[in-house]
Design a protein around this ligand. Sequence first.
Ligand code: FAD
Length: 302
Amino acid sequence: MSMLKDFFIGLSQNQLLNSTAKKYGLKMGAQSVVAGTNIEEAIKSIRELNNHGISCTVDNLGEFVYKKEEAADAKEKILNVIEAIHKNNVDAHISLKPTQLGLDIDYDFCLSNLREIVDKANRYDMFVNIDMEDFTHLEPTFQILDVLSMEYDNVGTVIQAYFHHALEDLKKYENFRIRIVKGAYKESPEIAYQDKSEIDKNFINLTEWHLLNGKFTSIATHDHRIINHIKEFVKKNNIPNDKFEFQMLYGFRKELQLKLASEGYNFCTYVPFGDDWYGYFMRRLAERPQNVNLVAKQVFNK
Ligand code: FAD
């Protein structure tokens, strides 16, 4: 299992395959978990989800950005997404990755790109979530959040439960809207739990802590056992529904997404779109080898 995971994580980081995939549109089953290659397609998907009482966080996919022009282009695209969300009056906000906006090129350049985005979103009263990438980007991402949160209140980030120090980080961001996830990258045993049961346990600890002490918690998992546990926890502790939401990725566990929304829980679907789908898709295959079925179905349905 772990070899398969490493294999797909390795593929997700292959820049040649990544740039080749961009040229060919959504392939290999990616179309069932990526909401199109352009904003019009994404808005259509968002509207459908909104019609079921589900809000969305929108990711204009992009990674492996090492040139300033590409990062500037990514920024323009995200500004356009904000405009499109506003104009179409859909219930959605933004998720983005700092490396897409130049974190690997220059910290100040990335910060200024992000500031422009958060500023524009702020004018439309729209939240911006800074997704968390691998460990090498963790500290600079927190630094960006620290700076921007002194200027704006519509920004938050993600805490990854596989890190040993996740609770300390979470405590620092008590007054933030925080998404809690298990963690999608390969990290070393010195800094991160490797065992699934330990990660799950930490995920629950973090979520319970933030539900009791934090501002707003986005519980991002497809794991029905954890979701059921949290449902019991909020009931027992009288935590009102407006203090948290469940989040899942577009295309995964659709019935469960609809069920949670119909039960009256706030639900938010993470909607990725764009032609830079390859790395995102490979990480989904790494997380859950059963997702390889998506690829197999596509190949054999041709
Ligand atoms: P897993 O641990 O993969 O699965 C647990 C159990 O849930 C499985 O055994 C199975 O019983 C059930 N299950 C899971 N998936 C399915 C399915 N498709 N169908 C049926 N049963 C299923 N990671 C980051 O590192 N940074 C981020 O910024 C980030 N943002 C995210 C945002 C959202 C909205 C979500 C949902 C995830 C995000 N992730 C992010 C990914 C996250 O870290 C995990 O890698 C990913 O969610 C897989 O863990 P899981 O808890 O969903 O379920």
